[in-house]
Structures are given as C-alpha cells and as structure tokens.
Design a protein around this ligand. Sequence first.
Ligand code: URA
Length: 233
Amino acid sequence: MERLDKFLSAGGAGTRSQVKELLKAGRVSVDGLPERDPGRKIDPQKNTVCLDGEILGGRRRVVLMLHKPAGYVTATEDARERTVMELLPPEYRHLDVKPVGRLDKETEGLLLFTNDGQLLHRLISPRQEVPKVYYARHEGWASREDVEAFAQGLQLRDGTRCLPALLEPLGPGESRITVREGKYHQVRRMMASRGMTVLYLQRQKEGGLELAELPLGKTRELSEAEIQTLERE
Ligand code: URA
C-alpha cells in the first residue's frame, strides 16, 4: 500500500505540490470515484488510478534493461542481501516487474526485467537457446585446446555436460565467451573446468540486445521495436 500522492508523483503526474493541485481540482479518481485526499492509501496492483480519465501505472507492459553492478543478488526479496530490485527507479517498482533469468551476485552486466509473464516464461525457457555473450577476466591464458574443448561441449568438474560454446581469447587473462544455456554459475564453472578461475564477469549481450553505453547501475526501458525483436528470438 502506498500514498496516492506518492504514487501519482512516481508515475510521472508531477511533483508532490503539482499532484496536490491535481487532486484538489478533482482530476484524479480511484476505482472510478473522484478522490481528493493525497494521503489515501492505494494498492497499485488492485486499485485503478486515473488522471483525467487515463489509467496511471496500470499494468502496462514494460521490459527493462539494467546494467547490474556486483554485490546484488538476482531475487525479488532477500533477508540478508541487497537485491537487484533496489536498483530500479521508483516509477517501475509498482509495475510488478521480475528479473528475467539470473546473474550471480558478483557478476555485472545486462539483466532484463519484465512484468509480462508470458514473455518472461518464454525468455527463460531452456528451449530458447538465445546466445549470451560474456566478457571475463581470469587466471591463465585461454589456449587453442581450451577453444576446441568449448566448441565441442565441455564436461564440468561435476560431470555436467554443456552445449557447444564459443571461447574467444582476447589476451592474457581476458576472454569473450558465448553460451546458449544458463546453468548455475555456468561461465565460471566452464572456465574452472579448464583451470582458469574467473576474477571478473560481465554479460554484454543477450540475443540481439546489447549493454552498449548504459552506465553501471542504470536502467533503461526497451522500445516496442526492441521488445518485438526479443519476441521473435
Ligand atoms: N555464468 C556465470 O558463471 N555467472 C553468471 O552470472 C552468468 C553466467
């Protein structure tokens, strides 16, 4: 539950004092009835709030891209750790978005969120072999044999088999890795199986989407065209 004035303001209706004026002028309704009390408690998931008859913060579909920093767990709640949800701008918090897949606490990079349940389901389905591109700094230097082992499909130390993947050595202790699945700690475990401990990991791409210039810790909303590209993948 949250205050109506706060909800309106976070939803882009204006500053708190502008919102007060809108309320006073009778331009806001909650569940179809005019509401003038800025302190009225509303549940954005249950109540329909309109400004001049237009639904505000209704469950419009959004897909967000976050440049995740290290130190946050990919979860909607956690008793001890900071979660990626804390990094989302307030205007998205009431839209009920959830992370698409997972990045480890110490991994940085591209993480998507959506409130479209069907899209979420499709994107995390193991059948969706969407390529994901990672940049890693690691111990050692990836060799031609390592590249071949990745291409053939690695066997991890616990016996798990991986799909063929692309390992591109970029220099001493630096590689780009492209995988088409998302097992637990996948890239770290793949590199470890070849004796290279990962020291830093960043997801740069997921399918046709790229982190590009998005600054660390920042979020951007995908355009409808980008969402359609995702859906086609
Ligand atoms: N592989 C990993 O090891 N960690 C991630 O967060 C993502 C892929």
